[in-house]
Each structure stands twice: as structure tokens, then as C-alpha cells.
Ligand binder design. Sequence first.
Ligand code: SAM
Length: 352
Amino acid sequence: MIPLEEPTIQASKLKAYQFDLATLIALLQGQEDDWLFHEAKQATELSFNGQVYLRGIVEFSNHCRNDCHYCGLRSANRAVKRYRLSFDEILHAVDTIAKLGLGTVVLQSGDDFHYRAETISRLIGEIKQRHDMAITLSLGDRKLTELKQWRDAGADRYLLKMETFDRKLFARCRPKADFDERLARLEYLQALGFQTGSGIITHLPGMTDEILARDLQILSRMQLDMLACGPFIAHSQTPFADQPNGSILTSHRVSAILRLMNPGANIPATSSLDALSQGARELALKRGCNVIMPSFTPEAVYANYSIYPGKNTANHHGQQRLTQLCQQLYAHGLTPSFTRGDAKRNLYVPRH
Ligand code: SAM
């Protein structure tokens, strides 16, 4: 039985939970689901006033120099049709997002070094000149000097998921990536003043409850602004093709735990939830998540950003997709918010 702390969040709303390893494992195994989900919902409402932050994401290239064993964009996958958006095509997609009133754009790609640092800086400058919006970058393992260049150009946030903080599992899943360098990059991003995000894939093949629990402790210790966790989904063109998909329930438990440990962080409900089961993403928004990221990747290439099966398969695009998403959120009693939606991490102090 987990030693649950009293009083609950309502009475001490500015405190973040700290859980020991045994408690985390028990929570991950579902021993206190009612308490966990109730408390996470309350914490999310207290921090974000019942609002779900919307971000427009532009997935501008599916080229990748990495060869991660889980990802459909891995360089060894010859079956995927590769694309790169031009500078003007990216800007056009961002203009659409801004016109629809969204306060944040997320620019994401595989680790594609075809785009020079100067080009990305110019893009950031142009977006900032045209629109009053936050820019989140998710461009993978770029050089530290480039990260600084982009911060200087005006980028606000950077998302770099570790996928797991377990060194051995990381090496098994990401043979071309360097664990220490990725971790150092995260620290550097924070030092540069980026709102920094990281995260994990739950149920990566080889991930145990203990590894997952340790991942949550490390993630929470890092005092991040964004925490992303979504279930593993097997992709047929990868070495993990025959591995079982991650569990939606575990992913919900993970985001609920992260919410309690990081009450003011932005936690997206990932599209991998939706890919596994319709409605799983909305349920996540009632269990600790507070962000959703509709894709504005141009229709001609949208389906080719096929990280995992079920990703980018919606029929509607642009405004239609956004309208539909807002309707879905309202139908679930959730309120979409078009603001910049910065994290509220600094409002909180650790709970001892
Ligand atoms: N290239 C950048 C990087 O590595 O940081 C950003 C883009 S990466 C293509 C997007 C994210 O998709 C990864 O961080 C990973 O968490 C997620 N992802 C990839 N393959 C997945 C899979 N099979 N199941 C679940 N999530 C996956």
C-alpha cells in the first residue's frame, strides 16, 4: 500500500510530489489508480485553469541521419518516401498557424543536417518578424553552437526527448546516438534560457517498471518545462517490428505521475495515444496532460512523416482539422486555449 500524503494538492497547491522508487513502481503497476488520476486531474486544473494549450506543429523534413530501432524515419528505412519542405513552404505553414490564432509553432524534423544553422536562424527571425508567437524547435542532436545561434535568433523552446535515461537501453535502441552528449545538450539548452523539454517512450522494448520509475525520477529532477511521454508503437520497417505496443494505461499513469511531480510543466497528450486508440488522447488530458499539437504539415507530404503506424492519418487538414479538434475537446468537457502557453514551473517548490 502506498503511503499517500495528506493533505491533498487542493490544500497545498504549490508543492510538487517527490516519490521514492518503490512508490513509483507501485503507482506504475496501478495500485492507486483512482487516487493518482484524481489528484493529477486536480493538479492540472489548478495549474492551467482547465485549459488545453494548442500548438501547431510543422514536420518539415522526414530525412534522418539516425537509425533508431523504434522509428519509421530511421535512415535504414528505404520504404518511406522522403521529403524536405523549402524555406517558403515552412513559412507558409507557419503563416496558416498564425492566421488561425495559435500562439505557438513547433518546428520538427528528423535529424536532418541538410538545413544549415543559418537557414534555421533566418527562419526563426522571419517568423518572429511576421508573428507574435512562441517558437519551439525539435530538430534533434545539433551542435551546441547551433543551439546558441537559434536561441540568439529568438527561438523560445527546444524539445529533445531522451526516450529513456537508462544508458544500456538507450544504446540498444539508438545505436547511432550518444547518451552523454544528448544529456549534456539538454543541460546546455537550459543554460541558454530555452524552455526545455525532454521525455520518454513508455514500454520501449527492454524497458522494465524499474527503468521507467528511474526515468521519471531523473526527468523530474531536471526541472524541465516540457515533459513528453507516449507509448511505443511497433513500426513494420524497423528492427522492433515484432515487439508489442506500449500500454495506453501505463502511459496515462506516467503522465499523471509526472504531473504530480511537476505541477507547472507542460505535458502533451501525444499523437501515439490516438494512434493506438481513439479517445486515448482526450482521456490523457483528464489525467495530467495539458497540451495538444495538431499537425499543419502540408497535405502533400503529411502522411510521409510516418514515425509509427497511425501517425498523420487524419482526413481533415488545416482549419478543418483544428475546428474538429476543438469540437472534440469541448465534447470531452475540455477548453482549447490559443495562447502561447508557457510552462508554470517556477510557481512551484518541492514537497518535502
Ligand atoms: N529528430 C528529433 C529528435 O530525435 O529529437 C525529433 C523528431 S523524432 C522523429 C520524434 C519523436 O517521435 C521521438 O522523439 C520519439 O519519442 C517519437 N517516436 C519515434 N518512433 C516512435 C515509436 N515507434 N513509438 C512511439 N514514439 C516514437
